[in-house]
Ligand binder design. Structure first.
Ligand code: NAP
Ligand code: GDD
Length: 346
C-alpha cells in the first residue's frame, strides 16, 4: 500500500516534534516546513532527521514561512500531501501584546494561505487540513467547563488571530467542501515545551535553584487556572480528527485544572523544596523553609494587559467520537518534565 504523506507547518515546535514521531510510527512519509533563522531551530527534531543524501526519505524538511504565500503554495504543490497540519504560529500569548501585527499575520492569516493553496492546487487532490486552535478562544467566557458550543471571548492579539483561523477553517469547509478540522486544544506541555511558557519556566528555574545555578524564579499571575495535559497525548487527537469520515471541530482537554501556584508548589515538592508563601505589598514571594532564601518572586513584568483567568475543558465529544482520552495525568507530566530537566542539567 502507498504510504500516506503528511506535511507539518511548525515542525520545529513542541507539537511538531511529537506529531512527526507519531506519524513516522504510523508509517507516514513526513514533510516539515521550517523557517530560516540565524541560529539552528531544529534541536527538537534533530534525532529523527538525516540529511537527504544519507537516504532517509521518510522525514524531509523544507524551508518556508507561513507569512510568505509563495513559499506556502510552493511546498504544498510540490509535496502534494494527504494531510496538512498547521501548527505554525507566533504561539506566545504574552508576546502577542508586544507584536500584535506579526501575530495576526502568522497566527491568523497563515491558515488562510494554506487553505487557499489547497483550494487552488495545480494538480487536484483532496488534501485534509488540521488547524491548531486554542482554548485561548474562550478567554473570559463565563461557562465553567468549555466545550465546542461555548461562546468565544478572546483576550489577546494571539487569541483574536486564532479566532480568525478557527472561522476561516470552518468557512473553507462549508464553502469549498475542504476536509478541514479545528482542534481546540487546551494547554499541553512536555519536556520539549518552549522555555518561556510558564510550566517549563517553573520546572527549569526550580531545577536550577536546586542545583545552585539560579537564585530566584520571577513570575506573574499565580492565580491563573489552566487545564494542563501532555503534548504527546494531544498530537494523537490531531491525527484522529483527520481519520474521521466527516470533518468537524473538537475540544481536547483533561477536564482537570490547577493554578500556577499549585504548579510551583508541586514541582518544588518533587525536588524536595518546601516553600513558605508571604505577601509583600501587592506581590507574593515564596521562601525556602530550610534556609529562608527567596526562591519565587512575583514581578509586574510577567503580568498581561488582559488575562485569561480560568480554563477548564470538556472533551466529551472527542472522547466519544474519536475514542480519545489523555494517557498521562498532571503529576506524571510534572514528574517527566523534572526528570528530563535534571538530566539536562547534569
Ligand atoms: P511552539 O512550540 O511555539 O511551535 C510553533 C511552531 O511554529 C515552531 O515550529 C515555529 O518555528 C513555527 N513558526 C512560528 N512562526 C512561523 C512562521 N512565520 N512560519 C513558519 N513557521 C513558524 O508551539 P506548540 O506548543 O508546538 O503549539 C503548536 C500550535 O498549537 C501553535 O499554533 C499553537 O498556537 C497551538 N496551540 C498550542 C497549545 C499548547 O498548549 N502548546 C494549545 C493550543 C494551541 P520556530 O521553531 O522557528 O520558532
Ligand atoms: N509565560 C508565562 N510566564 N506565563 C505566566 C508567568 C510567566 O512568568 N507567570 C504567570 N503566568 C501565567 C500566564 O499569565 C497565564 O495565565 C498562565 O501562566 C499560562 O501561561 P503560558 O504558559 O504562557 O500559557 P498560555 O495559557 O498563555 O498559552 C498557552 O496555552 C494556550 C492554550 O490555552 C500557549 O501554548 C498558547 O499557544 C495556547 O494556545
Amino acid at each position: 500500500m502507498k504510504k500516506k504523506i503528511a506535511l507539518i507547518f511548525g515542525v520545529t515546535g513542541q507539537d511538531g516534534s511529537y506529531l512527526s514521531r507519531f506519524l513516522l510510527k504510523k508509517n507516514y512519509v513526513v514533510h516539515g516546513v521550517k523557517r530560516r533563522s540565524s541560529s539552528l531551530n531544529t534541536d527538537r527534531i534533530d534525532d529523527i532527521y538525516q540529511e537527504p543524501w544519507i537516504g532517509n526519505k521518510k522525514f524531509i524538511l523544507h524551508y518556508g514561512d507561513i507569512t510568505d504565500s509563495n513559499s506556502v503554495s510552493k511546498v504544498i504543490n510540490e509535496v502534494l500531501p494527504d494531510e496538512v497540519y498547521n501548527l505554525a504560529a507566533q504561539s506566545h500569548v504574552g508576546v502577542s501584546f508586544m507584536i500584535p501585527e506579526y501575530t495576526s499575520n502568522s497566527t491568523g492569516l497563515g491558515s488562510l494561505r494554506i487553505l487557499e493553496t489547497i483550494r487552488n492546487l495545480k494538480k487536484k487532490k483532496n488534501i485534509k487540513y488540521y488547524q491548531a486552535g486554542s482554548s485561548e478562544l474562550f478567554g473570559s467566557s463565563k461557562q465553567k467547563k468549555k466545550n465546542e458550543k461555548t461562546i468565544f471571548h478572546p483576550r489577546s492579539p494571539y487569541a483574536v488571530a486564532k479566532l480568525y483561523s478557527h472561522w476561516i477553517t470552518i468557512n473553507y469547509r462549508e464553502a469549498y467542501n475542504i476536509f478541514a478540522c479545528n482542534g481546540i486544544l487546551f494547554n499541553h506541555e512536555s519536556p520539549k515545551r518552549g522555555e518561556t511558557f510558564v510550566t517549563k519556566k517553573i520546572v527549569r528555574a526550580l531545577c536550577r535553584i536546586k542545583k545552585n545555578k539560579q537564585k530566584t524564579l520571577y513570575i506573574g499571575n499565580l492565580n491563573a487556572k489552566r487545564d494542563w495535559g501532555h503534548a504527546e497525548d494531544y498530537v494523537e487527537a490531531m491525527w484522529k480528527m483527520l481519520q474521521k469520515k466527516k470533518p468537524d471541530d473538537y475540544v481536547i482537554a483533561t477536564g482537570k485544572q490547577y493554578t500556577v501556584k499549585q504548579f510551583i508548589n508541586i514541582t518544588a515538592k518533587k525536588l524536595g523544596i518546601s516553600l513558605k508563601w508571604e505577601k509583600k505589598g501587592k506581590f507574593y514571594l515564596a521562601k525556602n523553609k530550610k534556609n529562608n532564601n527567596i526562591i519565587v518572586k512575583q514581578d509586574r513584568k510577567y503580568f498581561r494587559a488582559a488575562e485569561v483567568d480560568d480554563l477548564l475543558g470538556d472533551s466529551s465529544k472527542a472522547r466519544k467520537q474519536l475514542n480519545w482520552r489523555p494517557k498521562r495525568d498532571f503529576n506524571k507530566l510534572i514528574e517527566e518534565m523534572v526528570v528530563e530537566e535534571m538530566k539536562f542539567l547534569n
